[in-house]
Design a protein around this ligand. Structure first.
Ligand SMILES: Nc1nc2c(ncn2[C@@H]2O[C@H](COP(=O)(O)OP(=O)(O)O)[C@@H](O)[C@H]2O)c(=O)[nH]1
Ligand SMILES: [Mg+2]
Length: 336
């Protein structure tokens, strides 16, 4: 899974990441990864306090029927999902009883491994940036964090990967949406194609891709509306935006990212399911993981939808968007 920006995004031949990007195997790279992991742990503190403490308390006891049940309960409370939890705990219990894993430390490490395992899907995780421009489109329910994610993503693409970015404000449903994206474009230091309220979103997307091609921009990121008068209308409109983009550039959009708000738990999961049935989704961005004790959903959602989580939002600042790494994530949740 992707740990660094250079793991998530495949740069075109000949392109080099920006100086000071987060890769690197040397001491500096190691220190940087340490810092990132500590920050991840901090930002996940709500789930970690709820889950980590309970898990450590259980796993370091002599395991009996009741402690397995408590472990199950803790995972369900963290929104790992009933079916997934049952599977993971049954596996751990079986291995513990067979004597394959012994002791609290080993049990805790094995649990981390099993939890990380449920986040794996068959679908590719990496995003290829070789199309010129690469077109990324963000979809998802209103308020889940599309616009914020796009702003953070633009910043990272430029800062870490040295890519030029152009934003397209195709959420023309809400008056404030364009202004909000403009604020992010300024912070990220990239150009933007605006739309007027009520303007056809397809025309904004079309213009963004057209300008991106003309100016030789590396990545075009298109924002969309998450709410219309009804669900069918919204899905029709998204399909239209995609068609219009494809008219400019066959194969595009190259990447459709679906934002899901972690604080809405199982309800968010149902909404995501509706979206992913109507629009082909390549990856999930799990947002607001800093604001919930139910961070386990980031592990369960890939299994439920069959779509990999590619990015996570762990705060409102520019740097609070990270490539998702299931092992780091599970470790950050469970390590007290
Ligand atoms: N704490 C936190 N807040 C977030 C995160 N992502 C987005 N938000 C907030 O969620 C709210 C809605 O975000 P917005 O990008 O406007 O959602 P959109 O309607 O899908 O475009 C804003 O107040 C954001 O600051 C996150 O990862 N953590
Ligand atoms: Mg928005």
């Amino acid at each position: 899974m992707a740990r660094e920006w250079t793991d998530l995004f495949v740069l075109p031949d000949g392109a080099a990441p920006a100086p000071g990007h987060d890769g690197g195997d040397g001491d500096e790279g190691g220190r940087r990864r340490g810092r990132i992991f500590r920050r991840l742990r901090e930002n996940l503190s709500k789930t970690r306090q709820a889950l980590g403490a309970e898990i450590q308390a259980t796993l370091f006891q002599t395991m009996d029927e009741e402690t397995w049940e408590r472990l199950e309960e803790a995972l369900i409370m963290a929104d790992v999902g009933a079916a997934t939890t049952a599977k993971v705990v049954a596996q751990l219990e079986q291995e513990a009883e067979a004597g394959d894993v012994e002791g609290g430390e080993a049990l805790s490490a094995r649990l981390t491994e099993l939890l990380a395992g449920i986040a794996r899907t068959e679908q590719p995780v990496r995003i290829d940036l070789s199309p010129e421009p690469t077109v990324i489109i963000a979809v998802g329910v209103n308020g889940t964090g599309k616009t914020t994610t796009i702003g953070k993503l633009a910043w990272h693409l430029q800062r870490e990967l040295g890519q030029t970015v152009l934003l397209g404000a195709a959420d023309t449903f809400r008056a404030a949406a364009t202004e909000q994206l403009e604020g992010w474009a300024q912070r990220a230091g990239c150009a933007m194609v605006s739309g007027r309220q009520g303007q056809d979103p397809g025309s904004v997307a079309f213009e963004a891709v057209r300008r991106g091609r003309e100016e030789g921009v590396d990545v075009v990121v298109v924002d969309t509306a998450g709410r219309l008068h009804n669900q069918d209308q919204l899905m029709d409109e998204l399909a239209k935006v995609r068609r219009v983009i494809a008219k400019q550039l066959p194969e595009a959009p190259h990447e459709t990212l679906l934002t899901v708000d972690a604080t809405t738990g199982q309800n968010g999961l149902r909404q995501a399911m509706l979206f992913s049935r109507a629009v082909p989704v390549d990856g999930i961005v799990m947002t607001k993981l800093d604001g919930t004790a139910k961070g386990g959903i980031a592990l369960a959602i890939a299994g439920e939808l069959g779509i990999p989580v590619k990015l996570i939002g762990v705060g409102e600042a520019l740097e609070d968007l990270r490539p998702f790494d299931a092992d780091d994530f599970a470790r950050a949740l469970i390590t007290p």
